[in-house]
Structure formats: structure tokens, C-alpha cells
Design a protein around this ligand. Structure first.
Ligand SMILES: [Zn+2]
Length: 93
């Protein structure tokens, strides 16, 4: 018999917000062998995952971690670099 998944409303244990555990997500979870409902919304889950990776990095030492950074994270750090607008002013003088 075919099992049908339906969207479920769950409460995130971290931010206490309601979030939807969609039918397709349930199917995906079941396919991976996870039987329990997720306890966190997607953003809290990603935040937790990121924090975990960060602490793992700190535990395993330094040096090689930069190669593991996904491109999105690399471009985020690049935006923080100031682009030296003040130099134009001094050139005018
Ligand atoms: Zn949350």
C-alpha cells in the first residue's frame, strides 16, 4: 500500500515558532531512514549545523578548513572588505 504524507505544523524547540514539515520533506526524511519529526525549523536547524561545523573545525585544528568552505560563505566574507573610497578625495587635491 502506498503511504501518503501530508504537511504537518510543528513547533520549533529553539525559536518556538510554528513551521511546516512539508509532505515532500517527510518523504525525504523517511527515505533517509529518519522516523522522528524534526524539532527545529529550517533556519534554526541550519544555524545549529553551522555552529556544529564551526566547533568541529576549532576542535580539529586549523589550516585545512578554508578548502571546505562553500562558495556562498566565501563570497559573504568578501563583501565585508572596504573598497577604499576615501582615496579618490585625496587624489583631487
Ligand atoms: Zn526555529
Amino acid at each position: 500500500m502506498e503511504e501518503k504524507f501530508i504537511d504537518k505544523i510543528l513547533i520549533c524547540t529553539d525559536c518556538k515558532e510554528e513551521f511546516v514539515f512539508t509532505a515532500s520533506a517527510q518523504e525525504y526524511f523517511a527515505g533517509k531512514g529518519f522516523m522522528d519529526d524534526p524539532r527545529r525549523c529550517k533556519s534554526c536547524y541550519l544555524e545549529l549545523k553551522r555552529a556544529k561545523r564551526r566547533s568541529e573545525r576549532e576542535l580539529t585544528g586549523k589550516g585545512h578548513f578554508e578548502t571546505e568552505l562553500p562558495e556562498a560563505e566565501l563570497s559573504l566574507t568578501g563583501d565585508d572588505v572596504p573598497n577604499g573610497n576615501s582615496r579618490e578625495e585625496s587624489d583631487l587635491d
